[in-house]
Design a protein around this ligand. Structure first.
Ligand code: KG4
Ligand code: ZN
Length: 352
């Protein structure tokens, strides 16, 4: 069972080929990715119309590359999968349109996938795949959620951000510090030279007793700090000494990571489970990984991550999720190539 997967929900065009034969964990045969970051950087964020147009330019060359790298031709494909949502409507339509056109030309079935299910299952492609059941910490640019996952297709929301996502908190704070888009990795790099205890920043909802998150207040606290320092120093953030910016970056990162780690540990206690899976772009953060590793080791919890290059958006996770749903018997494959996309779509809607 060869699955061809397309991801185009935001600013990365991803295409991948996965072998989901039998009942073992699907095997990644090849994948190709084009990131639009350089194009959007000039605007300080993703420009949806530019994103859609660039997906159109990239998707077919990437598909040819994936086929050549795997030594397969389109005739070998059994199922075509694409990200149906959530994401930018125009960007999603490109992947959906191409996937349905290819599937129609081949006379093969097509599957519209949930982007977050892809992220959540992506650690199954790592050298140390998890086993069900587990708690998932999903930390991306648009979502921060803790979920209980008993099997493929069973996603129980335990808590989520009531305002900004963790990735958004990284990106917005980074922007305030004069760092380029997307700020998360730049802030993390700058933080390596800084002192995480230099600035006292809030840890919202840390002791709320539930598993919800809130990061909007942290961003406001960073803004207040930046404004204060600009006034005192009488110079813009770009002119500050590197050590000062690094201290603010490290303190911001420490606050976000602290909340993510503590809430994850509460989720482990509440569910009684002993496996944690981390997924989404912020899962690439080195401090988050080391702090989670330490906290989990203390509590005899096994923690699993996607391979670093599969933390952010990619086609492999979409092909993988489709393959795993098929293996679990959750999908009945049909022809029919009309499609729609779901820019807002909760993962619970795909849970059974
Ligand atoms: O999962 P993802 O690629 O896209 C969404 O589905 O949103 O996540 C992107 C987010 C961005 O906010 C980005 O700044 C953040 O992940 N990110 C990081 C790191 N790498 C990516 N945040 C902190 N540290 C990193 N190393
Ligand atoms: Zn994503």
């Amino acid at each position: 069972m060869i699955v061809l997967g397309f991801e185009s929900s935001c600013d990365e065009t991803g295409v991948a080929l996965v072998d989901a034969s039998g009942q073992g964990v699907p095997r990644l045969l090849s994948h190709a990715l084009f990131s639009q970051i350089d194009m959007h950087q000039a605007y300080g964020g993703v420009v949806p119309e530019l994103a859609s147009r660039d997906h159109i330019r990239r998707v077919l060359p990437l598909t040819s590359q994936v086929m050549a790298d795997a030594g397969h031709s389109l005739k070998d494909v059994d199922v075509v999968a694409y990200t149906r949502g959530p994401g930018l409507a125009g960007a999603l339509l490109v992947g959906a349109g191409v996937a349905c056109a290819i599937a129609a030309a081949l006379g093969k079935p097509v599957m519209g996938m949930h982007h977050l299910e892809g992220h959540l299952l992506s650690p199954f492609l790592s050298v140390d795949p998890p086993e069900f059941p587990f708690v998932a910490l999903l930390v991306s640019g648009g979502h921060t959620q803790l979920m209980r996952v008993d099997r493929v297709g069973s996603y129980e929301l335990l808590g989520e951000s009531i305002d900004d996502a963790a990735g958004e908190a990284f990106d917005k704070s980074a922007k305030l510090m004069g760092l380029p888009y997307p700020g998360g990795p730049h802030l993390a790099k700058l933080a390596e030279q800084g002192d995480g205890a230099a600035f006292k920043l809030p840890r919202p909802l840390l002791h709320s007793g539930n598993l919800d998150f809130s990061f909007a207040g942290l961003k406001t606290a960073v803004l207040t700090q930046v404004k204060k320092l600009i006034a005192v120093r009488a110079e813009p953030v770009e002119a500050w000494p590197d050590s000062l910016r690094a201290d603010l970056a490290a303190s911001t990162q420490a606050a976000i990571v602290d909340v993510l780690v503590k809430k994850s540990m509460v989720a482990m206690v509440q569910t009684g489970l002993n496996r944690l899976v981390v997924a989404g772009g912020v899962g690439a953060n080195a401090l988050l990984r080391s702090e989670l590793n330490a906290a989990c080791a203390k509590r005899h919890v096994r923690v699993h991550y996607p391979e670093l290059h599969l933390c952010t958006d990619n086609g492999a996770m979409i092909a993988l999720a489709a393959g795993m749903r098929l293996q679990a018997g959750l999908e009945s494959l049909q022809g029919g190539y009309t499609f729609d996309v779901l820019p807002r779509w909760s993962l619970q809607a795909c849970s059974s």
